[in-house]
Design a protein around this ligand. Structure first.
Ligand code: ADP
Ligand code: MG
Length: 278
C-alpha cells in the first residue's frame, strides 16, 4: 500500500491566456501537515480546487492522485471522482455552512454528500450519525452550540464547524483554502490549532493555504510556496528567510513583517536559486 496521500504530476492550468499553474509536481506523505504559501494570484486556490476535482487541469499529461486514487489526468476527471471525493474534506474561507440550519445538521450533512438537500432534510439521520456529529462538535469545542443556527455563530465558530464537517465526512485528506483569512489573529490561531491537533491525532493529511507566514511556520512541518504558478520553495517553514520571503511576495513585505522568521544570515538550504531566479 502506498504511503503517499497526494501526488501531483506536471499540473498546468490555463485560464484564457493566463497560465495559473505551470507544470507543478510534488507529493505529500500520509499524515503530513503542509502549508501552501504564495502571494494573491499565485495559484493556491487553483491547485486546491484541482486536487479535489473542482478544476480540471490542462490536457497536458497532468495527473492528480489522492490516497492512491486518480482524481484527474490529461484534462479529464476520473470516472470514480465521486467516490474518491469522500476521502477529501475541503474547507473554504467562507465556511460554506447552511446558515438557516443548526450546527448538528450542518455537520451530519457531510455523511451523505451526494444526496440532494431536500432529501437530506426529509431524512432522519441515524443514531450513529448523530453520535458521531456530537462527538466531533465536542472535539472542536462546539457541542454547546449544536442546536444553534450556523448563521448566528462567530466566524471562528463557523470555521470550527466546517472542520467538524470534514472530519465527520470520514476524510483522510483535508484541503483547506485560506481557512483563517477572514478571522482576527486570535480566532485564526484558534482554528489552526484545532485543525492541526485533530488532523495529527487522527493521522490525517493536511494541506492548508495560508496568507500568514507565521501561521505556516507555527502549525505546519512543511511549506510549499508558489509564485506565479510555479513551486519556488518546498521545505521546513523555518528555512524561509527574510530574503526568500521578499522574493516570494515581491513588494508585499507587510504581509509577513510580523512573522517569526529566521534572520537573513541563515543559509537557505532549499532551492534558493529558484526563489531568486523566478
Ligand atoms: P490564489 O488562490 O493564490 O490567490 P488563484 O488560484 O485564485 O490564486 O488564481 C491564480 C490565477 O488564476 C490568478 O491570476 C487568477 O486571476 C486566475 N484565475 C483563477 N481562477 C480563474 C477563473 N475561473 N477564470 C479566470 N482566471 C482565473
Ligand atoms: Mg485563493
Amino acid at each position: 500500500m502506498t504511503n503517499t496521500a497526494i501526488r501531483v504530476t506536471n499540473a498546468s492550468k490555463t485560464f484564457g491566456a493566463h497560465l495559473a499553474l505551470k507544470q507543478v509536481s510534488f507529493s505529500i506523505e500520509k499524515g503530513e501537515t503542509v502549508a501552501l504559501l504564495g502571494a494573491s494570484g499565485s495559484g493556491k486556490s487553483t491547485l486546491i480546487r484541482s486536487l479535489c476535482g473542482l478544476e480540471v487541469l490542462d490536457a497536458s499529461h497532468g495527473k492528480i492522485e489522492v490516497c492512491g486514487e486518480l482524481i484527474q489526468s490529461n484534462g479529464i476527471r476520473s470516472a470514480t471522482l465521486k467516490q474518491s471525493r469522500q476521502k477529501i474534506g475541503v474547507i473554504f474561507q467562507q465556511f460554506n455552512l447552511i446558515g438557516q440550519l443548526d450546527l448538528m445538521t450542518n455537520v451530519m450533512i457531510a455523511r451523505c454528500p451526494h444526496m440532494p438537500l431536500w432529501r437530506i432534510l426529509g431524512r432522519r439521520f441515524t443514531q450513529e450519525d448523530r453520535a458521531l456529529a456530537a462527538e466531533t462538535l465536542d472535539k472542536v469545542g462546539l457541542l454547546a452550540h449544536a442546536n444553534q443556527r450556523a448563521s448566528t455563530l462567530s466566524g471562528d465558530q463557523q470555521q470550527r464547524a466546517a472542520v467538524a464537517r470534514a472530519l465527520v465526512q470520514g476524510a483522510n485528506v483535508i484541503l483547506a483554502d485560506e481557512p483563517v483569512a477572514s478571522l482576527d489573529p486570535e480566532a485564526a490561531r484558534n482554528v489552526m490549532e484545532i485543525l492541526q491537533e485533530l488532523t495529527q491525532a487522527l493521522g490525517l493529511t493536511l494541506l492548508v493555504s495560508l496568507h500568514q507566514v507565521s501561521l505556516a511556520q507555527r502549525f505546519c512541518a512543511r511549506t510549499i510556496a508558489l509564485r506565479q504558478g510555479s513551486i519556488v520553495f518546498d521545505g521546513p517553514g523555518s528555512k524561509l528567510t527574510q530574503q526568500a520571503l521578499a522574493d516570494l511576495y515581491g513588494c508585499q513585505v507587510s504581509e509577513f513583517e510580523h512573522a517569526e522568521i529566521h534572520s537573513s544570515e541563515q543559509p537557505i538550504t532549499h532551492v534558493p536559486h529558484r526563489l531568486i531566479a523566478v
